[in-house]
Design a protein around this ligand. Structure first.
Ligand code: ADP
Length: 371
């Protein structure tokens, strides 16, 4: 009787089948990740590249096999992602030029996983950037085109004398007010378009004492004695930035305080040192206040808590959007505290890099503008 010469090894066979199955799943996983449209880079605990997909070659400019095992910081060194990477890449980085493709834009995210490993993801957002550009151009062009006809209408309305046609006097008044409002909306939209396309501001010396004094005067002129306006200059500090844009941002906050505070209320303008060697410009009012649910959306274009109140007081719904953009350009932030029925505080918080203190401010003033 013939005997099989192969000795059965059930344990070894099972192990081999399992190994093959795991290897096949790993291959599947790699080829799936390999074909993802997003760039995926697998990094080990010391931030060296272990693996990357095809999209990473195209978007991040990595090359196989050259870049396997290389330090990610070296690979990103001369790219727009470098400062973000050095800073720890804690938050996603939006809309930067793709290191591997100068005409594309990406959003990059760093995700921790396993034992101190990291996954670097980069998504192509060029189409969104393009759409955003189309939107910006459209708004800027429409606003620009509206400017001339509005100036003509406004000019003719100014020429008409209500005394010549007394029965039309109220209509004429309303037409003048509305054409002025439209003109203001167009100017605010053009300001926003300009601010959106700017990525930095000139470092000019902004002298705070005269600026604050003129803001107080503006508040008093707008209030016409209906409110108590105070000015408190606690910080002998000046700012570095755009005097025109900062004046426009601060002036928006002051005008809002007057417009949203009933007669008899208080408005306090303050310039004071704040935490981490910064300084804060704030406007506090004892006005209507804002319900908490609205606060996060106030800086959106045309967002209003009460449309009628905004319109009746001459608002365009664009003021806080302008404030946010101006502050972003100065690496500052807007902090809003409010309680319905009690009042609101709008604060612009500046970091130390934007401040000119004591002798620095005096030297800058002596040297003239720009600083
Ligand atoms: P608007 O021209 O309508 O005032 P803004 O962008 O300046 O537009 O403000 C957006 C909205 O925020 C306003 O319509 C108003 O509802 C609210 N708001 C702004 N400032 C104040 C304030 N100091 N007190 C109460 N509400 C305010």
């Amino acid at each position: 009787m013939l005997q099989s010469s192969v000795t059965p090894h059930p344990e070894r066979d099972r192990l081999m089948t399992r190994t093959r199955r795991i290897a096949s799943r790993l291959r599947d996983l790699r080829s799936a990740a390999g074909t993802l449209p997003d760039a995926v880079v697998l990094l080990d605990h010391s931030q060296h590249v272990r693996w990357f997909n095809h999209a990473a070659e195209e978007l991040l400019g990595l090359k196989r096999p050259r870049d396997r095992g290389r330090l990610m910081s070296d690979l990103l060194r001369h790219t727009e992602l470098a400062p973000w990477w050095i800073d720890g890449a804690r938050e996603p980085l939006n809309d930067v030029t793709a290191p591997g493709h100068p005409n594309r834009h990406v959003t990059a995210t760093l995700l921790p996983f396993g034992s101190r490993q990291r996954l670097l993801l980069a998504r192509d957002t060029s189409h969104l950037t393009r759409l955003e550009q189309i939107r910006r151009d459209f708004v800027a062009n429409v606003s620009h085109e509206l400017r001339t006809p509005l100036t003509v209408i406004h000019g003719y309305l100014e020429l008409l004398d209500p005394e010549d046609v007394p029965e039309l006097a109220p209509v004429l008044d309303e037409m003048r007010a509305q054409s002025k409002r439209m003109g203001q909306i167009v100017e605010d939209l053009l300001t926003l378009s300009r601010l959106e396309t700017q990525d930095h501001v000139a470092d000019e010396h902004v002298q705070m004492v005269p600026l604050l004094a003129s803001l107080r005067k503006e508040a008093e002129a707008l209030s016409q004695g209906r409110h108590t306006v105070t000015l408190d200059v606690v910080a002998p500090i000046d700012l570095l930035g755009s005097p025109k844009d900062l004046h426009s941002a601060f002036s928006n906050l002051v005008s809002n305080a007057v417009r949203y505070t009933p007669t008899g209320g208080r408005i306090a303008i303050r310039w004071a040192p704040s935490e981490s060697d910064g300084a804060t410009f704030s406007v506090q009012d004892s006005g209507f206040g804002i319900p908490a649910a609205h606060i996060a959306r106030l800086t959106e274009r045309f967002y209003r808590v009460s449309s009628s109140r905004s319109r009746d007081s001459g608002g365009t719904g664009l003021g806080l959007s302008i404030v946010k953009h101006v502050l972003n350009l100065h690496q500052a932030r807007l902090a809003i505290e409010s309680e319905p029925g009690k009042g609101s505080t709008f604060a612009c918080v500046f970091g130390p890099d934007r401040l000119l203190r004591g002798t620095q401010a005096a030297e800058a003033a002596a040297a003239g503008v720009p600083y």
